[in-house]
Design a protein around this ligand. Structure first.
Ligand SMILES: C[S@@+](CC[C@H](N)C(=O)[O-])C[C@H]1O[C@@H](n2cnc3c(N)ncnc32)[C@H](O)[C@@H]1O
Length: 390
């Protein structure tokens, strides 16, 4: 009963703005990396009008199954995967989908997860100190709180919670766990409140500690920048990527990657020392992040910290096509046919390109291949020579 009420209550964040950012085109291929209860997915599917397709991911099997069933009743161009969205490139390769027209990430936990005491995300609701989005995963928040050494707790609360009282809280956790292990959300929330006091602002004193544990348990920030860069490489020219973040740690990563892909310097060193690629692959569509209106926040308090950023992939430059820095010869092992394709990296960049970057570029376009790098008219060069001599 509780679950059904919450589904009815579920309101996706910044829906209209997300649709504008994605500019869904009938017939296109779109991905919702964080399906949740499918609020955004449903709107995207409606705009596709039965043409094209939407792939969706969620690590939470229970949520995913419920949403899959609801959406499958109305749409047949929809597939949902119980996967970490970081596996998107693998899934696309498997499905032989070379490019995307749009991709959405609505980061963090859903209101359903937050409101379910048994999931252990909320300091306001008594439940097991769990916080796993994917229940198949081993480590829970209780494991971290009961087992991490004091210094690691301090580092965790500081790094992912930006918690000023990290050292005092960690010391109190160590002291308390000598007597008994932490079992529930309220065990921990009450301890943090004892250390910090009840707090005078709008934030509960345990907010930052809970945020830090949740990020660590679910490895929310690990590899996010790499994932965003890889997703940009998977977008078709004109394809769009939209990301909603809910705290500054996430937003900072999104902003940096978008700036870098837009060809801006993000190392802020003098020009001669700058190592940024400065290759523009995208146009930033949101000079400043889009925030929810007051009306939206009044209706849905959880929207208050949401920030939406979006980019559009640029088309291939005519000059890049005419003068590729180097080519890759690809050989289809089944037919024996070989083709060569220009690699979209400019001469400065090619020296910094790693084999992984090239492979991920190729993986996104071809399913069967053998790599035979070729530079200009020098013929086929083994990988080792290629990377050590250039
Ligand atoms: C904020 S909710 C998304 C809400 C959704 N946009 C809607 O309209 O209902 C975030 C969802 O993403 C899922 N999630 C978070 N990190 C994930 C990851 N790395 N891979 C797959 N799903 C993830 C969570 O389980 C949660 O259901």
């Amino acid at each position: 009963m509780e679950m059904i009420e919450t589904i009815v209550d579920h309101v996706p964040v910044l829906t209209q703005q997300v649709l504008e950012a994605l500019r869904v085109r009938e017939g296109g291929t779109y991905v919702d990396c964080t399906l949740g209860f499918g609020g955004h997915a449903k709107e995207i599917l409606s705009q596709l009008r039965g043409r094209g397709q939407l792939l969706a991911f969620d690590r939470d099997r229970e949520t995913l199954e419920q949403t899959r069933q609801r959406l499958a009743a109305d749409f047949d161009n929809f597939q949902a995967f119980h996967e970490n969205y970081k596996n998107l490139p693998i899934v696309l390769r498997h499905l032989q989908i070379p490019q995307l027209d749009g991709c959405l990430l609505d980061l963090g936990v859903s209101s359903i997860q937050l409101d379910s005491p048994d999931r252990g995300f909320s300091f306001r609701l008594e439940g097991p100190l769990d916080m796993r989005m994917d229940l198949q995963q081993q480590t829970t928040a209780a494991d971290l709180v009961n087992e991490l050494p004091e210094d690691s707790l301090v580092e965790l609360f500081r790094k992912y919670g930006e918690e000023r009282s990290a050292r005092r809280i960690a010391a109190a956790v160590i002291e308390r766990r000598r007597r008994s292990r932490f079992q529930t959300t309220t065990d921990l929330a009450e301890l943090v409140e004892q250390v910090k006091g009840p707090g005078s602002g709008r934030l509960h004193p345990a907010t930052r500690v809970f945020q830090a544990l949740r990020i660590e348990v679910n490895q929310e920030l690990a590899g996010l920048d790499e994932f965003l860069k890889e997703t940009v490489s998977l977008l078709a020219p004109g394809g769009r990527l939209a990301v909603i973040s809910f705290h500054s740690l996430e937003d900072r990563i999104v902003k940096r990657v978008f700036q870098m892909e837009a060809g801006k310097c993000i190392c802020f060193r003098p020009v001669e020392l700058c190592t940024c690629p400065r290759k523009q692959t995208v146009e930033v569509l949101t000079k400043k992040p889009i925030r929810p209106s007051q009306t939206e926040v009044l209706k849905n308090r959880r929207a208050r910290s949401a920030k939406l950023r979006a980019i559009e992939k640029k088309g291939e430059q005519e000059s890049d096509r005419k003068n590729p820095a180097f080519e890759l010869e690809t050989l289809d092992p089944e037919t024996g046919w070989s083709t060569s394709a220009p690699v979209p990296l400019d001469p400065q960049q090619r020296f910094e390109a790693t084999r992984m970057e090239l492979e991920s570029w190729i993986h996104s376009r071809l399913t069967h291949y053998e790599l035979r790098p070729r530079i200009g008219n020098k013929g086929v060069t083994p990988w080792s020579t290629f990377f050590s001599n250039n």
